[in-house]
Design a protein. Structure first.
Length: 366
């Protein structure tokens, strides 16, 4: 059984051991993943048996892989046991991103369904509903404090207590506080956009600057979100925080197809019909999918200005050299004008460009 030793998360070294030392996994992925639609867990890359909408994918935070079974248990979600001898015909490495703020919204939704009667209840000046949500989040994320503080995964995130204090302020409904000490001018918190766990579609425009006259048109250049250098952006940097001003998803406009590596609107089904456009990570960096597609000779599917966000967890995958090389070869094999030697030379040229990009990223931290 491939899963983190502490049943919480595995850092880079432990992930390498899954393949190198124990030979437990041929591709370095855990046995179980998390469904981004309903948060249940099951055999990695199988279709979710609970909601039939999502795929069980390994749960990642930066370079750490989290234990999906533990998460589903903490969220009171079903777990589908894998059968021995299961196989996959394709090498897959895309993951479900462990986004604390999205999960906090989910946990609040679960708490609200069970404890709606606590709204408007006060005890010696204490708002019982707000206190209940706060205690629930603290208990849930207690096991992940080390992860956010850099143990097992290098992290530049704010301290977990501050992160969830901020989240509490966003998701609680001040209008429910009828105590006389409540500030009358307090602005109502935004509604929880994930109104149903069974259908987590957010129903909001991705482009912050969208106006009705843009309906059906291609996205404007000024609204496209991508790394400033058109190569990469360091996760957690000020540059990435600026993305929320242009995108409700706080992520690049374009992702990379998990199979053919074409670039297209993040979260959308690729035109190859075999993969989705996912935000591409390399270590602790977000890569520019447009540039990556250009390097390997792939196309770009242009995003529409009126696209709606169709995910509650940012769709991501980690860079994998084998998958990248296979995508390059598949693309070259489609070109009937090249002979075998020309394809071999072009393959090395494109791989070298990718290697140079990786080297450039690695060198910036030395």
């Amino acid at each position: 059984m491939v899963r983190p030793r502490d049943l919480k998360w595995a850092g880079r070294n432990e992930q390498h051991e899954w393949v190198r030392d124990n030979h437990l996994s041929t591709h370095g992925v855990p046995a179980y993943g998390t469904c981004a639609h309903c948060w249940s867990s099951g055999p990695s890359y199988d279709t979710c048996a609970e909601c039939k909408k999502g795929i069980y994918k390994p749960l990642s935070f930066e370079e750490a892989i989290l234990d999906s079974q533990t998460l589903s248990t903490k969220m009171n979600k079903p777990h589908q046991t894998a059968r021995a001898g299961g196989t996959h015909t394709e090498v897959q490495h895309d993951t479900t991103l462990f986004n604390p703020k999205d999960i906090a919204v989910q946990m609040h939704h679960i708490f609200e369904k069970k404890n709606a009667h606590l709204k408007n209840e006060w005890d010696h000046g204490v708002d019982l509903y707000s206190m209940g949500v706060w205690n629930t989040l603290q208990a849930f994320f207690k096991d992940y404090n080390g992860l956010f503080h850099g143990l097992g995964a290098i992290s530049v995130h704010e301290p977990i207590e501050e992160m969830f204090q901020s989240q509490i302020e966003q998701i609680l409904l001040p209008s429910a506080h009828n105590n006389s000490t409540t500030t009358a001018n307090m602005e109502p918190a935004p509604p929880i956009k994930d109104g149903s766990i069974k259908d987590p579609t957010y129903h909001e425009r991705i482009v912050i600057g969208y106006t009705v006259d843009q309906q059906g048109q291609n996205i404007r250049d000024k609204d496209i979100v991508r790394p400033d250098n058109h190569k990469w952006a360091r996760n957690g940097s000020g540059e990435i925080h600026e993305w929320e001003k242009k995108s409700s998803g706080t992520c690049p406009t374009y992702g990379t197809c998990s199979l053919c590596w074409k670039a297209g609107p993040a979260g959308k089904k690729c035109t190859c019909t075999h993969g989705n456009y996912l935000i591409l990570f390399y270590k602790l960096n977000t890569l520019d999918s447009i540039t990556v597609a250009d390097i390997i000779g792939q196309d770009l599917e242009v995003a529409r200005a009126d696209r709606m966000r169709n995910w509650n967890v940012t769709p991501t995958m980690q860079y994998n050299e084998l998958c990248c090389d296979l995508a390059i070869q598949r693309r070259l094999n489609q070109d009937k004008s090249l002979d075998a030697d020309a394809k071999k030379a072009m393959r090395m040229k494109r791989l070298t460009a990718i290697w140079d990009l990786r080297k450039e990223i690695d060198n910036q931290y030395r």
